[in-house]
Design a protein around this ligand. Structure first.
Ligand code: CP
Ligand code: NVA
Length: 309
């Protein structure tokens, strides 16, 4: 049987997504030694920088009794042109799982196709599913189930936005996206999502009455040279106190981080009482431990639940 992967949310059922969130919350509060990945090894290949993703996966593996190897194109043969297909075949004969952060999404797809072991998408140009696991866990912890709620996405129709679109379908929430012309998410994803996801221009329209406000940087990794153009395109898309005032009274604010205060979010909102960004960052660890257990451990409560349902 081919291994299970998490490349996009097309790889998870609704029930599995929910079970992962429940398990992440359980693991967060678990006391004592629990080592379901004893002696297992996770390979982590990073083509781009990372603080949260690297540390949470590495710490998660260590806490579970296993270990992680940090790999970069600079110091592997991948950087000298060894084909992805060959690298996937070789690396996956030596480790138990592989996490990749790559420029193009296609790289992760090709890697997974040739891997003997589970592959996890740690961010590509198109999706960032691991961050969504943490965001949804954070929403559940602060406000309960997200089904039926409204999320407002303000800014770039980027990898984070696109994972929100996929999550909206699986978890049954409404997503109102406000982005400037030319910065929309892929139209195929919008079409697939149907009426659940709406595309607007005015951030005020998206935020009005929303339960969760989310934004991200205006220029993602790899788009640094577009910074100036994007700053002018996204003027008016800052999440600040005026915008937050239009949301539901108990609305939360999230940002995957790193954040640029004074650009996509004001310092006041980022540090304010509605912001849960530090819990959100911490939950990368807990939700990915649930994911690692699901994909790599001999036994997983999430797998057991999805088999019996
Ligand atoms: N949010 C996130 O993925 O952070 P890093 O780039 O630090 O991993
Ligand atoms: N959209 C951002 C997310 C960083 C975690 C980027 O791709 O750089």
């Amino acid at each position: 049987m081919p291994p299970r992967h998490l490349i996009t949310f097309a790889d998870l059922s609704s029930a599995e997504f929910r079970a992962l969130i429940r398990r992440a919350i359980e693991l967060k509060h678990l006391k004592g030694l629990y080592e379901p990945l004893k002696n297992k090894v996770l390979g982590m290949l990073f083509e781009k920088s990372s603080t949260r993703t690297r540390i949470s996966f590495e710490a998660g593996m260590a806490q579970f009794g296993g270990s992680a190897i940090f790999l970069s194109p600079r110091d592997t043969q991948l950087g000298r042109g060894e084909p992805i297909e060959d690298s996937a075949r070789v690396i996956s004969r030596m480790v138990d799982g592989i996490m990749l952060r790559t420029h193009t999404h296609r790289t992760v797809e090709i890697f997974a196709k040739h891997s003997r072991v589970p592959v996890i998408n740690g961010l590509t140009d198109r999706f960032h599913p691991c961050q969504l696991l943490a965001d949804i866990q954070t929403y559940f912890e602060h406000r309960g189930d997200i089904a039926g709620r409204t999320v407002a996405w303000i800014g770039d129709g980027n990898n984070m936005c696109q994972s929100y679109i996929e999550a909206a379908e699986l978890l049954d929430f409404k997503l109102s996206i406000a982005c400037p012309e030319g910065y929309e998410p892929e139209s195929a994803l919008l079409e697939k999502a149907g009426a659940r996801v709406e595309l607007l221009r005015d951030p005020a329209d998206a935020v009005r009455g929303a339960d969760l406000i989310v934004t991200d940087v205006w220029a993602s990794m790899g788009q640094e040279e577009e910074q100036a153009t994007r700053e002018s395109a996204f003027r008016g898309y800052q999440v600040n106190a005026n915008l937050m005032a239009l949301a539901a009274k108990d609305a939360l604010f999230m940002h995957c981080l790193p954040a640029h205060r004074g650009e996509e979010v004001s310092a006041e909102v980022l540090e304010g009482p509605q912001s849960v960004v530090w819990d959100e960052a911490e939950n990368r660890l807990h939700s990915q431990k649930a994911l690692l257990e699901f994909l790599l451990a001999e036994e997983s409560p999430v797998r057991a639940a999805s088999l019996s349902s």
